[in-house]
Write a protein that binds this ligand. Structure first.
Ligand SMILES: Cc1cc2nc3c(=O)[nH]c(=O)nc-3n(C[C@H](O)[C@H](O)[C@H](O)COP(=O)(O)OP(=O)(O)OC[C@H]3O[C@@H](n4cnc5c(N)ncnc54)[C@H](O)[C@@H]3O)c2cc1C
Length: 267
């Protein structure tokens, strides 16, 4: 392993590494995690995404929810095959969708213009789609999942488009933005998306909320398209603006002008 910056720092501190590991290609998938033969894999024994954003425990929780439901079915003497297959499809689709937040995206993590926008998108997608299902206790609600399949698929497809767009945006610019502190709590729509996760919703309201969140993601695509076009006028943002349509676009930063967005200049 070659880590010159870490080595230099350790030299400065005149100390030896403690509990240091360097992992390449940390993400991995798995052919099967739930079986009708009464076995299941959870946590890192099954799939692993990426340490960034800390999704590890979420995915352990999601897998354990499905496994618990399969065990309960087994104890009731009910067949497992169909449910094991459906739960696994759902689990793998959550995994695939979240993986796109990381795959080929590390290069733009240091881009002070694109990365804050990516963080807003990634959180909006996570709080808007996966979290309401998980926190609202609806991961195993197959009626809801099948009813909202079109919206869930639209959101997944828009997320794939957005991740590809963010990559293209980053490649089209020379990272030159000043370092700045952006207080995302200032974005009221964004804060509401998070605090709303604790709302107790009945079945109808839960469906309404998920539909509204997917609408919001389409509107947000338009805000991101406009911001990218301001930053890089040559960039093709037509797909994002088309996804947004005539929806009212939520703000990405406080205030209209860039100077207003830099709430606290660090450097
Ligand atoms: C750098 C990094 C940062 C992370 N940060 C976060 C975070 O902030 N939040 C979050 O939620 N997740 C985070 N994760 C992910 C999280 O650590 C994992 O999702 C979680 O630890 C997986 O738990 P697990 O029980 O499946 O596997 P592990 O924690 O790997 O536990 C498996 C255990 O089994 C033991 N074992 C393996 N083989 C055998 C064997 N043959 N016999 C007996 N024992 C065996 C291992 O020694 C180990 O103790 C991070 C991961 C990494 C790599």
């Amino acid at each position: 392993m070659h880590q010159p910056l870490v080595a230099r720092k350790l030299d400065e501190l005149k100390t030896a590494p403690m509990d240091f590991a360097f992992l390449r290609k940390v993400s991995y998938g798995c052919k099967q995690v739930f079986s009708a033969d009464r076995w299941a894999l959870t946590g890192e024994a099954g799939v692993f995404l990426d340490p960034f954003y800390s999704p590890g425990s979420d995915f352990i929780g999601i897998a354990n929810t499905y496994i618990t439901e399969l065990i309960a079915r087994d104890l009731r003497g009910e067949p497992l095959a169909a449910h094991a297959a459906i739960y696994q499809d759902l689990y793998f689709s959550f995994y695939r969708n979240m993986l796109s937040l990381y795959r080929d995206q590390y290069a733009l993590f240091g881009d002070a213009q694109v990365m804050p926008v990516k963080v807003i998108w990634d959180y909006a997608y996570y709080w808007g789609v996966l979290c309401p299902l998980a926190i609202g206790g609806r991961l195993t609600d197959l009626n809801l999942v099948s009813e909202l399949r079109p919206q869930l698929e639209q959101a997944a497809s828009l997320n794939a488009t957005m991740q590809e767009f963010l990559r293209r945006w980053h490649r089209s610019r020379s990272p030159r933005s000043p370092r700045a502190w952006l207080d995302q709590q200032d974005l009221r729509w964004f804060a509401r998306l998070n605090t709303g996760l604790h709302d107790a919703l009945d079945d109808a309201k839960a469906r309404e909320r998920l539909r509204a969140n997917v609408e919001l993601l389409h509107a947000l695509a338009g805000s991101i398209g406009e911001e990218a076009a301001r930053d890089c006028p040559a960039l093709d943002v037509s797909a994002l603006l088309a996804a947004c349509g005539t929806r009212a676009k939520p703000p990405l930063f406080r205030g209209p002008a860039r100077a207003d967005r830099l709430l606290l200049q660090i450097a």
